[in-house]
Design a protein around this ligand. Structure first.
Ligand code: ATR
Length: 277
């Protein structure tokens, strides 16, 4: 039987074992998938040994995505841009390869599951940490009209966008500048929360006038009940107010497809997880 796992710290709360077990059941595949907590110093040795012992693939979550990127012998262009890897597998030569499926997971959830068109739209991204870096390449590929990245520490947003310079109409700004945008009457079609503020249960101080009519508000975080960002979006009449559960399932489906050569269907699994939360 092939073994798979997600490694991170903490990882006991991870829904990945359940998601991959449901995928395997749906496709009648025999595999095991566990959640393994690691200390930072153990990461490289664990991964090398896992694959040496015939492991089929690994998912990597916080705080090891950058370490996984550095460890992989080769990475996809998206993982190179993200400088972060969430999926590891062996190629035909037995080398450890890295992919980042977070961005495609986000885009698939928005476009296919929620039928929201990204092309030609003005996007506002809140936050400029690892989570945002991981999805920017996939968002850029969707050919939005513009992508504005706002961060508390504005220099981090500018630095992040440097890596993507010339690939799209990109702009970094502070929350203060964003207030000026709101005052000017400009608004955004898609607002993505990529900050960790939801984890702290805090709403960001942003002006609801920034939401265009029928806009889509997407929180990359998820929780068993509406996140504060989703609550805020609903309160202010966003066309769509979505949390990151669908993104989680879609990124997992991409990883499963890489490992097993077949992509599970996700819609029923997203609703199953939603019902069980
Ligand atoms: P992750 O890997 O989850 O992205 P991270 O790299 O620590 O974690 O980034 C967290 C992001 O959330 C950053 O953009 C951070 O802003 P700063 O770079 O200015 O610290 C943002 N963030 C966290 N809490 C926030 C808050 N209360 N208000 C605004 N931004 C917040």
């Amino acid at each position: 039987m092939s073994n798979y796992a997600v490694v991170g710290n903490p990882v006991s709360h991870s829904k990945s074992p359940l998601i991959h077990t449901l995928f395997a059941k749906q496709l009648d595949q025999t595999m095991s998938y566990s959640a393994i907590p690691l200390e930072e110093s153990e990461f490289d040795a664990f991964v090398i040994e896992f694959f040496a012992k015939g492991g089929g693939g690994l998912n990597v979550t916080v705080p090891f995505k950058e370490k996984a990127f550095k460890l992989a012998a080769s990475c996809s262009p998206r993982a190179e841009l993200a400088k972060a890897v969430n999926t590891l597998f062996l190629d035909a030569e037995g080398q450890i390869c890295g992919e980042n499926t977070d961005g495609i997971g986000l885009v698939t959830d928005i476009k296919l599951n929620h039928q929201f068109k990204i092309q030609g739209r003005d996007i506002l991204v809140l936050g400029a940490g690892g989570a945002v870096r991981g999805v920017l390449a996939a968002l850029i590929d969707e050919q939005a009209a513009s992508i504005t990245v706002v961060n508390r520490t504005v220099s981090k947003a500018a630095q992040l966008l440097d890596a993507f310079a010339g690939m799209a109409n990109l702009q970094a700004m502070s929350y203060q500048e964003l207030d000026e945008v709101a005052n000017s009457g400009r608004s955004y079609d898609l607002v993505i929360n990529g900050t960790s503020s939801s984890l702290q249960g805090e709403m960001l101080d942003i002006d609801a006038r920034l939401l265009a009519k029928d806009c889509c508000c997407y929180d990359m975080m998820y929780a068993d009940t509406d996140t504060v960002f989703v609550q805020w979006a609903k309160k202010h009449g966003a066309g769509l107010s979505i949390d990151g559960l669908g993104m989680l399932v879609e990124q997992a489906a991409e990883a499963f497809a890489l490992w097993r050569g077949v992509r599970p269907s996700t819609v029923n699994i997203i609703s199953q997880l939603r019902d069980h939360s």
